[in-house]
Design a protein around this ligand. Structure first.
Ligand code: FAD
Length: 555
């Protein structure tokens, strides 16, 4: 039987509530006290944009667990509207204040779990404190925004920040009848994606009527006489709106930990070991407040997501009660809905691979999410990053309207299992026409990557196609209709079906950079060409990726 302890938990949402419930399941006789500064525990912060959009009609649906139920089912002493102000590590006590009454007390602990989350970053922009500028982290934040949306009933709203919360809010406000502009300081939205993959999201946002202001930072926010806002941008432009939502990221909430002298890492989060223990062995920390290690290279990373927070809460509880439970690091799997698009990512993107000096190769495929002959088949664009030596998966990014979630999860599991692109070729995945293809998109990505590593085809990338070397020549093997609608400057056109008869037109001394729309027909062309003694490369992902990389989609 687990030793009887007094466990104090700071924060009653994802990581905190998960730790509390697991502690009770492991120790029926322990005393478990959970302090939450806000009025609510265990609320679905991830669901808030969908309540604001009207997609989740009832606000009550967001409350996954109530303090009363946590008390009756788990006998957890839940203290809402109570803030933990200080930790006395020597005496193993926390100093708490009830926010309504001002009553203060000291509460002792054998083990303390910190799950205070993160706070929205508020850049020091003049005017950012205006009551018309909103952030979204807590239920009161959501209620304030909801009241403003009800009051304004349309008009213009500006989202500051093009990350996943910003884009979820862009969709929510659009569906509430607002004209929406997204202002993003970086050249593209969703910086977890590589730019050419983000370009598909940008194209979709524009198609949905969202105004995109990229490479523009808000420098001043001014309240106007008419009861609205005027946002001055770094590029000299300005935007008028009724309200603005600030979603430029979060930073770990570490004030308690810092004041208590716990180790804080270079990325600003609480440092924990693999058992989620801080630099004080009696204190654990989990969730958005901590720095983790990246699954792929073991280096420090800050990846604030709900899944890791929940699992870490459980692991902290295990270790408190003597079960050696190890957190196996974070790989950054995330998924987001942007209007009709679904965007998924797992592992490293190119930027992080370059920063870490990890060698990689990349391929793109655009297979249909289920059998083409079954109605409703939609393409998924998959980008796979892998080791050029071993073929080990290093990352995947996916964009599409259907079937993205399941391919993302398969690839996330494959990455965690240390699989290679050769393993992807052999994955046996569920298939019937409404759900997939006999060669699933994940198999397809594996085939294409493995072809490259086996030397069946050499590939090139958009950067090379954009500026071919003097000894190279671009060859477009699409149909005449496709060619007329647009091609890569300087490309010679020979449709695939005519290629065998027109080989004499091609120079043997040049390297041919061959492309089609997606990379499939050009692969077939490369197989013909290389067997006939030509030196050639297939443009992976085809003209579709080229356009995305060259900014053609945004036009
Ligand atoms: P939280 O869940 O934020 O809980 C921390 C709690 O601690 C807070 O309620 C706070 O009031 C309390 N607290 C802080 N300090 C004290 C103190 N001193 N005393 C008492 N209480 C204190 N993640 C995903 O993976 N997928 C998504 O789709 C997704 N969507 C999101 C959408 C939105 C709008 C937001 C805001 C977040 C979203 N997230 C999503 C992130 C996810 O919600 C967080 O990663 C997760 O909630 C972190 O859990 P946590 O326990 O660390 O912190």
């Amino acid at each position: 039987m687990a030793e009887k302890k007094r466990v104090v938990i700071v924060g009653g949402v994802a990581g905190g509530a998960s730790a509390a419930a697991r502690c009770r399941r492991l120790s029926e006789d322990s005393e478990i006290v959970m302090f939450e500064r806000g009025e609510y525990i265990s609320f679905a912060n991830c669901g808030m944009p969908y309540h604001l959009s009207g997609g989740i009609a009832s606000r009550d649906e967001l409350f996954v667990q109530s303090p009363e139920r946590m008390r009756s089912r788990f006998r957890i002493d839940v203290r809402t509207l109570t803030e933990v102000k200080r930790i006395d590590r020597e005496r193993r006590e926390v100093f708490v204040r009830e926010l309504k009454t001002g009553r203060e007390e000291r509460v002792g602990y054998d083990a303390l779990v910190l799950s205070p989350g993160a706070e929205p970053i508020k850049p020091r922009i003049p005017g950012v404190e205006s009551s018309r500028v909103f952030t979204l982290r807590t239920i009161p934040d959501m209620d304030r925004l909801q009241a403003a949306l009800d009051r304004e009933k349309g008009g213009r709203a500006v989202i500051i920040g093009g990350g996943y919360i910003g884009l979820e809010m862009a969709e929510a406000l659009k569906s509430r009848g607002f004209e929406v502009a997204v202002v993003e300081a970086l050249p593209g939205v969703m910086s977890t994606l590589d730019p050419e993959m983000a370009a598909f999201i940008e194209e979709h946002l524009v198609a949905k009527g969202v105004e995109l202001r990229l490479k523009s930072a808000v420098s001043v926010i001014r309240e106007t006489g008419e009861g609205g806002l005027e946002l001055e941008l770094s590029n000299g432009q300005s935007l008028k709106c009724g309200l603005a939502v600030l979603a430029v990221g979060v930073k770990p909430e570490v004030s308690l930990a810092k004041e208590a002298g716990l180790a804080i890492g270079g990325l600003g989060g609480i440092v924990v070991d693999e058992q989620m223990r801080t630099s004080d062995p009696a204190i654990y920390a989990v969730g958005d407040a901590v720095e983790v290690r990246h699954f792929l290279d073991g280096k420090a990373a800050y990846i604030p997501l709900a899944g890791p927070a929940n699992r870490q809460g459980r692991i902290a509880a295990d270790n408190i009660f003597g079960r050696k439970s190890v957190y196996q690091n974070t790989q950054g799997t995330s998924i987001c809905k942007v209007f009709e698009l679904v965007v998924g990512i797992t592992g490293f993107n190119e930027k992080s691979l370059k920063a870490r000096k990890i060698p990689y190769e990349k391929i793109y495929v655009h297979p249909l999410h289920h059998a083409g002959y079954y109605p409703g088949a939609e393409p998924i664009t998959i980008k796979l990053l892998f080791s050029p030596e071993s073929g080990k998966l290093l990352g995947a990014q996916l964009v599409g309207t259907q079937g993205v979630d399941k391919r993302l999860d398969v690839l996330a599991v494959a990455l965690r299992a240390g699989l290679t692109v050769f393993d992807l070729e052999h994955l046996e995945l569920g298939y019937a026409p409404p759900y997939g293809s006999a060669k699933d998109p994940v198999n397809m990505a594996g085939f294409v990557a493995a072809n490259v590593l086996r030397g069946d085809v050499k590939i090139c990338h958009s950067e090379q196609a954009l500026s071919p070397l003097p000894g190279q020549m671009l060859l477009d093997v699409r149909t005449s209709g496709e060619f007329k609608r647009g091609t890569i400057p300087g490309a010679v056109h020979i449709p695939l079906d005519d290629l065998r008869d027109r080989l004499s037109e091609l120079p043997r001394e040049k390297e041919l950079l061959v492309f089609c729309q997606t990379g499939l027909r050009s692969y077939l062309a490369c197989r013909i060409l290389s067997q006939k003694g030509f030196n050639c490369r297939n443009l992976t992902g085809g003209y579709k990726i080229f356009q995305a990389a060259a900014g053609g989609l945004k036009k």
